[in-house]
Design a protein around this ligand. Sequence first.
Ligand code: FDA
Length: 394
Amino acid sequence: MSALPTAADTVILGAGAAGLMCALTAGRRGRRVVLLDHNGKAGAKIMISGGGRCNFTNFNVRSTCFLSANSHFCKSALARYAPHDFIALVERHGIAWHEKTLGQLFCDGSARQIVDMLLAEAAAGGVDLRLGRRITDIGHDGSGFTVVTEGGTFVAPSLVLATGGPSIPKMGATGFAYEVARRFGLDVVEPRPALVPLTLGGDDLAFAAPLSGVSVDAVARFGKTRFREHMLFTHRGLSGPSVLQISSYWRAGEALGFDLLPDLDALAFLKERKQVRPRAEVKTVLAEVLPARLAQALAGEAARPIGETSDKALAAMAERLKNWVVTPAGTEGFAKAEVTAGGIDTAGLSSQTMMAKAVPGLFAVGEAVDVTGWLGGYNFQWAWSSGWAAGQAV
Ligand code: FDA
């Protein structure tokens, strides 16, 4: 005789950032919540986020910091559960935090504090958390949803897809939410790696690889989009915050531009140095404003004094410094992508509740949805805001 299914008001798939927030919100409203995850631990990505300190939100959250086929979709949820709401929760739990840079908020201590806080809130809301459960089937009829796992069956009138995107599969990330969404007739905007290091080939790689480990303050440009943060040369290409940011916008085959001296008029600087330090080598002059290894690479092999360098050659060098153009060979892929861009098409979802317009009772939240934030706490804020919106509605 098989055991009777466990009945709940809602079953949430995925105990990550968005699923935990949705579960604790619904639980606090008195809803009977089952939260399922195939991993043995909840909030695995939170634990390793922000270098172990979790960049849990950002003071500068606004809709323009998110990529989506519908740039307006995220506004409602972000306004209803804003960064200050999450900060208030963090403070209620006595978790000390600080602003690092560019509005990014981190725990003073450890990301574990955020996971413990979410789990404590979920427990207080009576959430039935079941970890290590592989989901084998999902059914739907007039009365609701049936979720079959290797460790039992669950029935509820609502189902929340909170299983994130496929970035970092070795942590248990999957495209499961997309499969389920498609099965229910929802469209999926093609998922692609975002906030991801870029790879180079040919001459670009020959230039970058020997500079592996060198970091420089740079503006990365793609069309009208630009980010000024550090960029890092790697043995395979480019990384660092400005590159990760621009990677979310970059499209295969297109070129990117970099300003390696964002605070300087490079040509005016080089000409002034030619007057003032004519006997100095070009690499020495460049090393006044750039890391020495990069200065050497840009100056080339010839140990030439700047005074003997033609204005034409200086103009070419200035152009390279202000507008270094590279066409990446590709990205490091989902294995190294901090997030997945694309996902469940927002056109099929209510921006108020995250419920599928055509499938009453089916919700999608967090990274599984086609809303992708910049680097800097934006993706967690989207997880909190969208999870909260659905948690109010299930
Ligand atoms: P999330 O991935 O958190 O959770 C999904 C859950 O679903 C997981 O627990 C997973 O096990 C489960 N799951 C998946 N498939 C399943 C299946 N088939 N069956 C059952 N369960 C399944 N963002 C930010 O704002 N600040 C930061 O500091 C960082 N730092 C950071 C570092 C690193 C290394 C990474 C990889 C990512 C970040 N991020 C970040 C991004 C952030 O972690 C991410 O956007 C959120 O965790 C997304 O929350 P979700 O709940 O949507 O997915």
